[in-house]
Design a protein around this ligand. Structure first.
Ligand SMILES: Nc1ncnc2c1ncn2[C@@H]1O[C@H](COP(=O)(O)OP(=O)(O)OP(=O)(O)O)[C@@H](O)[C@H]1O
Ligand SMILES: [Mg+2]
Length: 241
């Protein structure tokens, strides 16, 4: 099967300085990949490089077998990638539905937009209930759901999610991870970068990122039901905390 997303030898950073190196990722249509790592490990940079949002010094990014190298971010969205950015970045004065519509893409038309909204409201019913509310008046967890919903509006084949758990209460973290699991179950490949290792309870694959490079890889099928424990051991070190 053609990988939905394939990243080979990616080196990327800012101002001529590499931050991530030798990044290799394979994402199939049925993959939920969690990229876990500490502050500053290069998680956001990896996602930005895949979206064409930072400097790429070497390596290739392919989606569905087609190279995206050198293409604009907008073309990558048209090709089937979407990013839910760190910090949510919803428009506080716009309503939920207006925010969602900013994630629509040219060529979808009104029928396509309506269908995309219906799909988002089905996966994220809270947004349907709140469709007329200003985004800035919603809770952090609701705003995170909105940011995920907005990224879904373009109908991505691979959804990239940057630190969805940031600043949320544990119960809301679990809710947001469950939503990502539902999105994955509905047929969208998911790549979620996280400091919160609880993401491993819903992932099929895990990579651990340390100081800009991949230090470990885990596959749920290989470790039985123990992905969470295996990820903890890889993340914190077996002799560590
Ligand atoms: N726009 C930028 N210009 C220069 N350096 C940057 C920029 N953004 C990030 N960096 C540097 O790149 C390194 C990796 O940052 P990155 O944001 O990718 O980490 P992260 O794993 O997402 O961290 P966090 O968990 O805090 O979000 C850090 O040393 C950071 O200072
Ligand atoms: Mg980050």
């Amino acid at each position: 099967m053609t990988a939905a997303l394939s990243v080979r030898g990616l080196v990327a950073g800012y101002g001529g300085v590499p931050v991530v190196r030798a990044i290799e990722l394979d994402v199939s249509p049925d993959t939920f990949l969690a990229v876990v790592g500490a502050n500053g490990a290069g998680k956001s940079t990896t996602l930005r490089a895949i979206m064409g949002l930072c400097e790429v010094f070497a390596g290739t990014v392919e989606l569905g077998g087609t190279s995206l190298d050198g293409t604009r971010t907008s073309d990558r969205v048209l090709a089937g990638l979407a990013l839910c950015p760190e910090g949510r970045e919803v428009f506080p004065s716009l309503s939920v539905e207006e925010n969602l519509l900013t994630g629509a893409i040219a060529g979808q038309g009104w029928t396509g937009r309506r269908d995309a909204l219906d799909r988002v409201y089905e996966l994220l019913p809270r947004l349907g209930e709140r469709r007329g509310q200003s985004a800035g008046t919603m809770s952090g967890g609701e705003q995170q759901q909105l940011a995920v919903g907005r990224a879904l509006m373009s109908g991505p084949t691979v959804l990239l999610v940057d630190e969805a758990s940031l600043g949320l209460a544990p119960v809301m973290v679990d809710r947001v991870f469950e939503i990502l699991a539902n999105i994955h179950a509905s047929g969208t490949a998911v790549v979620a970068v996280e400091q919160n290792i609880r993401i491993s309870s819903v992932a099929t694959h895990i990579v651990v990122l340390e100081q800009g490079t991949i230090s470990d890889r885990l596959v749920a099928d290989d470790v039985g039901g123990g992905l969470y424990q295996a990820a903890q051991a890889a993340y914190f070190g077996t002799g560590g905390t």
